[in-house]
Design a protein around this ligand. Structure first.
Ligand code: MEV
Length: 288
């Protein structure tokens, strides 16, 4: 029997544009899903009855060419559908546990590649950032390329005090990625210009992360939020949370991940300012 965990994630900058090959920055979040896998002649995976989850497990089985196992979730700290990468974490933990049980010796990149097969079932044509972050953690710069994922760790020059705030609106990544595709198909030139601008923000963020220039990072988050609103993925509840965070002194705030609800992130000047924001939101929104 093998047990394995995978962490959740949050996106910092560049979501959605990543699906079209623009670089994206994301962070691992220290909330985990833990899965146990066991060689067994009769396959029983106790991940619930959700049809997508069942198809995703099938995709993983096909990719690994292994089907004689049972698996169950032992512990989960990541709310489903919240934007913290629950599906990717579940599939990465599953692949990692299978790899352990069957001695496959998969490294993080191999585990991520197998989990990506499942992510395609959940999210259509995702960039691969979620499974990469679930497998590797850290501060990742990711790019979807024709040759496969390009992954690097970002340099972090100063501590970042990010508050993650749950709007309480369950989002659907597949639907939100579809909204963006529709926008792109109907507004090719406008989308190309917005996409190029988003790429510029990501490049500037990589530089300013390294320099530890937090004030500038906040402004880049705000600009990224404007672009996300223009392509139609913000939600009134995202806007409300962002406004609240700014009023409480956030250096920058934006939706993170798919949008349409889910989580927002607010960048704060200090740990204390972050704690004050969490306290101010208490009773209205869950945040950490
Ligand atoms: C989801 O965490 C991030 C999106 O950009 C989709 C993707 O890149 O696969 C919305």
């Amino acid at each position: 029997m093998a047990t394995a965990s995978a962490n959740g994630k949050t996106i910092f900058l560049g979501e959605h544009f990543s699906v079209y090959g623009t670089r994206i920055i994301g962070f691992g979040v220290n909330k985990k899903i833990t899965v146990e896998a066991l060689r067994s002649p009769t396959m029983a995976v106790e991940f619930g009855k959700d049809e997508k989850v069942i198809l995703a497990i099938e995709a993983v089985k096909r990719y690994l060419n292994i089907d004689n196992f049972s698996a169950r979730i032992i512990a989960s700290e990541i709310p489903i559908g919240s934007g913290l990468g629950s599906s990717a974490a579940l599939m990465v933990a599953l692949v990692r546990a299978i790899s352990g049980e069957f001695g496959l010796g998969l490294d993080d990149a191999g585990i991520s590649a197998a989990a990506y097969e499942a992510e395609k079932i959940f999210h259509g044509a995702p960039s691969g950032i979620d499974n990469t972050l679930a497998a590797c953690g850290g501060a990742v710069i990711f790019q979807k390329t024709a040759l496969g994922p390009a992954v690097a760790q970002a340099g972090i020059g100063a501590p970042l005090h990010l508050v993650l705030i749950d709007t309480g609106i369950e989002k659907e990544t597949l639907k939100m990625v579809g909204i963006v595709r529709k926008f792109k198909d109907g507004n090719e030139f406008e989308f190309a210009a917005i996409n190029a601008e988003a790429g510029g923000l990501v490049n500037a963020a990589i530089e300013n992360l390294q320099r530890g220039n937090t004030a500038k990072l906040g402004r880049l988050m705000d600009k990224n939020q404007e672009l996300l609103a223009r392509i139609g993925v913000s939600h009134p509840e995202n806007d409300r949370v962002i406004e609240l965070a700014r009023r409480q002194g956030a250096l920058g705030a934006k939706l993170v991940g798919a949008g349409g609800g889910g989580f927002c992130a607010a960048l704060m000047e200090s740990r204390e300012a972050g704690e004050n924001l969490v306290a101010a939101l208490d009773g209205k929104y869950k945040s950490f």
